[in-house]
Design a protein around this ligand. Structure first.
Ligand code: ACM
Length: 689
C-alpha cells in the first residue's frame, strides 16, 4: 500500500503542474482542483468503509462527516457498518479514510481552505490545516466516487487544492420573491458541494423588507406581506451556513430600492407620498431622505440588530440605481445640497454612504455597496461590488478596476447575472481578473466574485433551476486555475455535478416535471418534456420587458418556468447537424432526433386539451412542420420548391416572439440545416412530388 502511494508520488513529480484538462476528461471534479495526479488502480467501496478524524478541529466536522457517509451510502446502497459519529466516537486506527486537521477554521475571508487528498488502493488520507479545508476535501472525494457494473470505487489519485479567490459568492434576492428557510438551506448545501463560501442575502428591496427588526416591527408588519425571516430563523440559517464553511453577508438596500421600508416609515421618504409595497419589477422613485436625522437613527437601529445576528464583518448597503428623482423634487433637500456644497445627487449619496460607513464601523462592520457607491472620497475600507456592463452603458469591470486603483477591495458580479438566463458558457468565459494591467497589490484587492440570483421571475419552485447547475461552473471560475477554460470538459462535468446536487435536496431537475404536470393536468408530460428540452426562457430581461407583465404575485408555473437557460438537447442537435453537414451520409442521429419531434407532437396533440396546453400548440406545430420537411430531405434526398417556402415560413415563425416567453434553442442549427439541404439537394419540380 505505502509503496504504491510512494510510486504514485514519484510519478507525480513529473506530472503535477502540467496536468489539467486532459485528466478532467476522466474525472468528474468541479471546481477543478489546483493539482490532480491520477494513478493506476482503485479503492473499492464495501460496507467496511469507515473514517477517522484526528487533530484539533471544530466539532462541525463530525456532522459534515456524517452527511458525507450518508451521501455515500445513499449513492451506493451499501450499508456501512460505521453509523453516526460524534465527539464520543472511538475511531479505529484501521479506518479507510483518515482525516487529519491541524486547527479549527474561522468563517472569515482569507482563512486557509486548502487540503490534500491521497487515495491509494487501500486507504485515503485527507489532510487539511483547517476543518474548512477538510470539508472541501470530502466534497472532492464524493465527486471522485465512481461506478462500474460490479463495483463502487474511488480512483487512485492525489489532489492538492486551494482556492484561487477568497470570495466565492452567491447572492439570493429574497425581496422580489420570498424564499423560505428550507430553500435557502438547500442552496447552502449546494454551495458547499461546489466549494463556495459566501452567501449574500439580499434582504430588502422595493418588493419586501424581509428581516425581523425587534425595535421596529413595522418594517415587517407593513413592509413584507407577512413573508419575512424571524431573528430565530436568521440565526438558524447563519449557523447552518457556518456548519458548511459559508459566511453570510446581509444586504439592506438603501437609499433607493426602498419602497417597502418607506411603506413602514413614510416619514423618512424624500417626498411626501403614500408609499406601498411594489408589485412590479424595475427601478422606482421612493428614496430615503438623507437630510433627515431620523433616517440614520432607523438605519443605526437596523444595523445594530443585524450585528447581533450576523457574525460576518461585512454589511452590504446596496446603493444601486438611485436616480435621485425624489431628491430633485424636494426643495429642502436641494437647499441642503447647496449649503453643504454637494453638487450632484451622487455627491449627496456619498454623503449618505459615509454616514452609514461610520455607523457600521461602530459595530466593527465593513461596508460593501454596489458600484455606485464608488467615489474618490468613499473610505478605502469600503468594498465595491462591480455589476454594471454594456447593458447599463458602461464598460464591464470598469468599476472593478477603478475600485482597486482607488485602493478599495472589490468583487465582480457583471458576467455572473444568472437571472438573465444566459448560457453557462457566457458565465464560464468571464474571469474576475480584468485584462488591463494591474499591480500585484491592485490584483490582490480583487477578492473574487458572486453569482447573482435576482428573484423577479422566480418562486421557491423554480429558483433552483435558475441557480443550478450554472452556478457550479461559476464556482469553478472562482476556485480553479485561470487556464481551466475548456467548454467541452465543463459541460461534461457539469452534467454529472448537476445530477449529484439532487442528493442534497435540490429541485432544479425534479421541479421542472412538477411544472409540466401542472400544465398537462396530470397527463403524460413526456411530449412537453421533449419540447422543453429544446426551448429556453427569454433572455436578458426580455421576459417581462417593461416590468409590468408579471407582478410579484403572478403565476410562475408556465411553460417558460419548466425551461432552463441551457436546453438539454441543444448541443446534441448541434452535433448531429454538424456531423451531417460534414458528411451527408451521416443521417442516423439527425433523423432520429427529427423523428422524435414529429412523433411527440402527435402525442402532444392526443392530450386532453386545456388553455395552458393550447398556448404551446403553435410552437410544436412549427417544429413539426420544419422537422417533416428536413427529415424527408435528408432521408429521401427530395426537396422541392414548395417545401422550401413551407420551411422558410415555419422557421420565421419559430424565430418570432411567442406568447409563452421562450425561444427555440435549436433554431440556428435548423437554419444551418435548411440552408444546407436547400443548396445540396436537387430541387425537384413540384409536379414530381
Ligand atoms: C443591481 O443589479 N441593481 C445591482
Amino acid at each position: 500500500m505505502k509503496k504504491s502511494v510512494y510510486i504514485l508520488l514519484l510519478a507525480m513529480c513529473c506530472h503535477f503542474n502540467s496536468i489539467a484538462q486532459n485528466v478532467g476528461d476522466e474525472l468528474n471534479l468541479m471546481p477543478w482542483p489546483q493539482k490532480v495526479a491520477l494513478g493506476e488502480g482503485r479503492l473499492l467501496l464495501t460496507k467496511d468503509f469507515s473514517l477517522s478524524i484526528t487533530g484539533e478541529f471544530d466539532t462541525r466536522i463530525y456532522e459534515y462527516s456524517n452527511r458525507f457517509l450518508r451521501r455515500l451510502d445513499g449513492r451506493t446502497g451499501l450499508f456501512f457498518n460505521q453509523g453516526m459519529i460524534s465527539k464520543n466516537t472511538n475511531f479505529s486506527k484501521n479506518a479507510i479514510l483518515k482525516i487529519n486537521i491541524e486547527r479549527p477554521g474561522k468563517i472569515q475571508l482569507h482563512e486557509d481552505e486548502s487540503y490534500e487528498l491521497k487515495v491509494s488502493e487501500s486507504e485515503i488520507i485527507l489532510k487539511a490545516i483547517t476543518d474548512l479545508g477538510a470539508m472541501h476535501g470530502l466534497e472532492t472525494l464524493l465527486q471522485l466516487q465512481s461506478t462500474t457494473a460490479s463495483n463502487f470505487y474511488f480512483p487512485v489519485v492525489v489532489v492538492e487544492d486551494a482556492p484561487r479567490f477568497p470570495w466565492r459568492g452567491l447572492m439570493i434576492d429574497v425581496s422580489r420573491h420570498f424564499q423560505p428557510v428550507e430553500v435557502i438551506k438547500r442552496n447552502l448545501d449546494a454551495m458547499a458541494a461546489v466549494k463556495m463560501n459566501l452567501f449574500h442575502w439580499h434582504l430588502s428591496d422595493d418588493q419586501g423588507f424581509r428581516v425581523e427588526i425587534l425595535k421596529h416591527p413595522k418594517l415587517t408588519s407593513l413592509g413584507s406581506d407577512g413573508n419575512y425571516y424571524t431573528q430565530a430563523q436568521i440565526k438558524e440559517v447563519v449557523a447552518y451556513a457556518s456548519d458548511r464553511g459559508i459566511q453570510v453577508v446581509p444586504e439592506i438596500d438603501v437609499p433607493g430600492h426602498a419602497s417597502a421600508l418607506l411603506t413602514a416609515y413614510p416619514e423618512l421618504s424624500s417626498i411626501d407620498r403614500e408609499n406601498s409595497i411594489e408589485r412590479n419589477a424595475g427601478i422606482f422613485d421612493p428614496t430615503l431622505d438623507p437630510t433627515n436625522k431620523k433616517t440614520y437613527k432607523l438605519l443605526a437601529d437596523i444595523f445594530a440588530e443585524l450585528a447581533t445576528l450576523f457574525p460576518s464583518p461585512y454589511v452590504h448597503i446596496g446603493g444601486d440605481e438611485n436616480e435621485g428623482k425624489d431628491w430633485d423634487e424636494n426643495e429642502d433637500i436641494q437647499e441642503f445640497m447647496l449649503k453643504n456644497d454637494l453638487k450632484s445627487n451622487h455627491d449627496l449619496q456619498t454623503y449618505f454612504n459615509i454616514k452609514l460607513q461610520k455607523i457600521l464601523a461602530k459595530s466593527d462592520k465593513v461596508m460593501i455597496g454596489w458600484e455606485e457607491i464608488l467615489t474618490p472620497i468613499i473610505p478605502t475600507s469600503a468594498i465595491i461590488h462591480s455589476w454594471r456592463g454594456v447593458n447599463e452603458g458602461v464598460p464591464a469591470k470598469q468599476s472593478l478596476v477603478d475600485a482597486v486603483k482607488n485602493k478599495n477591495q472589490a468583487i465582480l458580479s457583471n458576467g455572473y447575472y444568472i437571472d438573465l438566463m444566459y448560457s453557462v458558457e457566457d458565465h464560464y468565459a468571464v474571469d474576475p481578473m480584468p485584462e488591463v494591467a494591474l499591480t500585484e497589490e491592485e490584483k490582490n484587492r480583487i477578492l473574487g466574485g458572486e453569482a447573482t440570483m435576482w428573484s423577479e421571475l422566480v418562486t421557491p419552485n423554480s429558483i433552483d433551476s435558475r441557480i443550478w447547475p450554472r452556478t457550479a461552473a461559476i464556482s469553478e471560475r472562482f476556485w480553479s486555475p485561470k487556464n481551466i477554460v475548456d467548454m467541452e470538459s465543463m459541460h461534461r462535468r457539469l452534467g454529472i455535478i448537476s445530477y449529484q446536487l439532487e442528493e442534497l435536496g435540490l429541485k432544479h431537475i425534479s421541479n421542472r416535471d412538477v411544472v409540466l404536470r401542472n400544465i398537462t393536468n396530470n397527463q403524460s408530460i413526456y411530449s412537453l418534456k421533449v419540447l422543453s428540452n429544446i426551448c429556453e426562457p427569454l433572455k436578458g430581461y426580455t421576459r417581462n420587458k417593461d416590468g409590468v407583465e408579471y407582478q410579484m404575485y403572478s403565476p410562475f408555473t408556465l411553460f417558460a418556468d419548466a425551461c432552463v437557460a441551457d436546453a438539454a438537447d441543444k448541443r446534441k442537435f448541434k452535433r448531429a447537424v454538424a456531423n451531417y453537414v460534414s458528411d451527408n451520409s451521416n443521417t442516423e442521429e439527425l433523423s432520429k432526433i427529427l423523428h422524435v419531434w414529429i412523433v411527440q407532437n402527435e402525442a402532444f396533440l392526443s392530450l386532453n386539451k386545456n388553455p395552458k396546453l393550447n398556448s404551446i400548440a403553435p410552437l410544436y406545430q412549427n417544429l413539426t412542420t420544419v422537422s417533416k420537411v428536413l427529415l424527408a430531405a435528408i432521408t429521401t434526398n427530395t426537396f422541392n420548391v414548395q417545401d422550401k417556402d413551407v420551411l422558410r415560413a415555419a422557421l420565421v415563425r419559430m424565430q418570432e416572439a411567442n406568447e409563452v416567453d421562450v425561444e427555440f434553442a435549436i433554431v440556428e442549427d435548423l437554419v444551418v440545416l435548411a440552408e444546407f439541404v436547400s443548396q445540396m439537394k436537387e430541387i425537384q419540380p413540384i409536379e414530381n412530388k
